[in-house]
Structures are given as C-alpha cells and as structure tokens.
Design a protein around this ligand. Structure first.
Ligand code: HEM
Length: 119
C-alpha cells in the first residue's frame, strides 16, 4: 500500500540513500569511527539497507548476522547507540522524510537496543 512506512522512506532506493548518508556521518564521528574502521563498507551498507527496508514493511529480506552477533565484543555504549540514532535522524532529515515517519522508524529500532548495547 501507498501509506506504509516503507513508502514514506522512499522505498529501497530511498533507504539506500539514507544509509549512505548515515555512513558518511558515522565514519566522521569520533565517538564511532574507531569501531567502524576497516569494516566491509559495501556489506554494511547492503545489510543495514535490507534491515531497515524489512523493518519498515518493505519487501526485503535481511540476511546479515543477528544484532547480538554483529556487535559482539564491541561493548557498544548507550552514547554510541544514541549517536547512531542521531545520524539516522539527520540522514532522514536530509532526505526530507516527514517527522512522523522518522519517529515510526526509530520506534521500530527500540526492540534492537538491548541486542546491540553492552555486548
Ligand atoms: C540502531 C542501531 C544499530 C543498528 C540497527 C545496527 C545494525 C547493524 C547491521 C545490520 C550490521 C551488519 C551486520 C552484518 O553484516 O551481518 C551492523 C554491523 C556493525 N555495527 Fe551496527 N547497528 C546499530 C548500532 C551500532 C552502534 C551504536 C555501533 C557502535 C560501535 C555499531 C557498530 C557496528 C559495526 C562496527 C559493524 C560492522 C561489524 C563487522 O562487519 O564486523 N552499530 N550493525
């Protein structure tokens, strides 16, 4: 349907653009850059795009690792989690995603918090 969160985000190509924008912000952020140094950027981009596509109700399958596995041993902090969420919001702003849709996507990330932070 036309009213899904997935549509408000610009479908998969809109989400891919948002994730690209987010990645630039992440690698320039001293709170996050060290953890992201040396990662496979293309894979990260594809996996996060598919994950957000799926979470927003789009026709994508997330084939990456579980959030526990992907972040194991990083000891991701609350501050880092909030920093990534902030970069996502700024990227959505840049791509003119309406505030309501931004908030709906953030709400769908809340259940992932405990699988990402502190492991
Ligand atoms: C809303 C919050 C977050 C979401 C939805 C998320 C999602 C993801 C996804 C989908 C992957 C790819 C997994 C794979 O390729 O199998 C990933 C990898 C990664 N995440 Fe996160 N993440 C979040 C927060 C964070 C934070 C706060 C950090 C801070 C250090 C972080 C650091 C990383 C790193 C470094 C990788 C790459 C790991 C590797 O390829 O070895 N993530 N994340």
């Amino acid at each position: 349907g036309e009213d899904t969160l997935y549509n408000a985000l610009g479908e998969r190509s809109g989400i891919a653009d948002i994730v690209e924008d987010m990645l630039y912000r992440i690698v320039e952020d001293p709170r996050l850059a060290d953890d992201f140094r040396g990662i496979d950027v293309a894979r990260f981009h594809r996996q996060l795009t598919d994950q957000l596509c799926h979470l927003s109700g789009g026709p994508c399958t997330y084939t990456g690792r579980s959030m526990e596995e992907a972040h194991a041993g990083m000891n991701v902090t609350e501050a880092q989690f909030n920093a990534v969420a902030d970069h996502l919001v700024l990227a959505m702003e840049t791509h003119s995603v309406p505030t309501g849709a931004q908030n709906r996507l953030l709400a769908r990330l809340v259940p992932l918090h405990d699988r990402i932070v502190g492991h």
